[in-house]
Design a protein around this ligand. Structure first.
Ligand code: NAD
Ligand code: LMR
Length: 339
């Protein structure tokens, strides 16, 4: 079903961004874990997105209130809250994009892998339902450890016979958002002009920002590049420590999650040249999943782009991250297949 919105404020926004048709398709988006620290601001940001026609908010608790609140905002989408496992199918049915920020966050002193025992089971259950109720949806995995939850999702979909590698994404956009912010501060350039690819995975040294490819060029000294790399890799921990036991990044993550979901929707709608970094099935390295730039299209990943030229420092970083990333991927695959 198509709805003409060209004359509305939302339509003008789309046309400004080069969307070439007068109509945008209806798109249903679900947020699973919508009552949480990320889920609530992400629900708000998705309600503001004119590409969304129906927004379903699912959690094991508190979604009626979140949905009632968000639904009063006078934007395009209808909002419905679903609570409890028996309503999960309704939340998912007909979805084009499913965003998953369900699960526990870190406390100071924890690694993302310390979340595995709880979050692996949550993700497995949610992905089984996705396979059943919306097998064609693009899945945006936010729940940590992303380096393992993406392989878990893939295995669940493979077992269900619904796996399409073009439709499963680990959301690493927050690493890119951080790298851009930190680079702009150090290089003293306008942050809105900055681009920095971030590759690898989403935990510690597996996060590899490629500042040698950052634009605008700033020719920063090697020490600055090392400090920026470390800050990007430790960005999540910086927030966890500042929040002192009250969780991890939520607002910046909601922003990053909304950016990535918007890119997925644009790709689905046929907007050309939508490129974002994401942790996807990959042949860029010998590892089966890897984050790099991907071109998004009508079926999800249209092309996984290569790494481009790396500095010697980045080449070293790439080799150092591989054993940890490989172990996290294998841990996810093993979990999904043993239980
Ligand atoms: P939170 O505890 O504030 O919210 C999590 C929500 O998930 C809660 O509302 C909870 O009820 C819900 N939930 C738990 N089990 C569920 C289930 N089976 N089905 C549906 N919902 C369920 O946590 P948060 O701060 O929002 O973080 C959520 C996850 O996102 C964590 O794993 C965190 O590590 C991760 N995260 C990832 C990134 C990233 O860059 N990919 C960034 C920040 C946080
Ligand atoms: C982040 O990068 O902020 C998230 O992965 C949350 C965390 O635990 O650091």
């Amino acid at each position: 079903m198509f709805r003409s919105i060209a004359r509305s404020a939302a339509g003008k926004h789309l046309l400004r961004r080069g969307f070439s048709t007068e109509s945008v398709p209806d798109r249903k988006v679900a947020v699973l874990g919508a009552s949480g620290g990320i889920g609530q601001p992400l629900a708000l940001l998705m309600k503001l997105n004119p590409l969304v026609s129906r927004l379903t908010l699912y959690d094991i608790a508190n979604t009626p209130g979140v949905a009632a609140d968000v639904s009063h905002i006078n934007t395009r989408s209808e909002v419905v809250g679903y609570v409890g496992e028996e309503q999960l199918g309704q939340a998912l049915e007909g979805c084009d994009v499913v965003i998953i920020p369900a699960g526990v966050p870190r406390k100071p002193g924890m690694t993302r892998d310390d979340l595995f025992n709880i979050n692996a089971g949550i993700v497995k259950g949610l992905c089984s339902a996705i396979a059943k109720y919306c097998p064609n949806a693009l899945v945006n995995m936010i729940s940590n450890p992303v380096n393992s939850t993406v392989p878990i999702a893939a295995e669940v979909f493979k077992k269900a016979g619904t796996y399409d590698e073009r439709k499963l994404f680990g959301v690493t956009t927050l690493d890119v958002v951080r790298a851009k912010t930190f680079y702009a501060g150090k290089a003293k350039v306008n942050v809105a002009d900055v681009n920095v690819p971030v590759v690898g995975g989403h935990a510690g040294i597996t996060i590899l920002p490629l500042f040698s490819q950052a634009t605008p060029k700033a020719n920063l000294p090697e020490d600055d590049i090392k400090a920026l790399t470390k800050r990007t890799q430790d960005g999540g921990t910086e927030v966890v420590e500042a929040k002192a036991g009250k969780g991890s990044a939520t607002l910046s993550m909601a922003y990053a999650g909304a950016l990535f979901a918007d890119a997925c929707l644009k790709g689905l709608n046929g907007v050309p040249d939508v490129v974002e970094c994401s942790f996807v099935q990959s042949t860029v390295t010998e590892l089966p999943y890897f984050a790099s730039k991907v071109r998004l299209g009508k079926n999800g990943v249209e092309e996984v782009l290569g790494l481009g030229p790396l500095s010697d420092y980045e080449k070293e970083g790439l080799e150092s991250l591989k054993p940890e990333l490989k172990a996290s991927i294998e841990k996810g695959i093993k979990f999904a297949n043993q239980s």
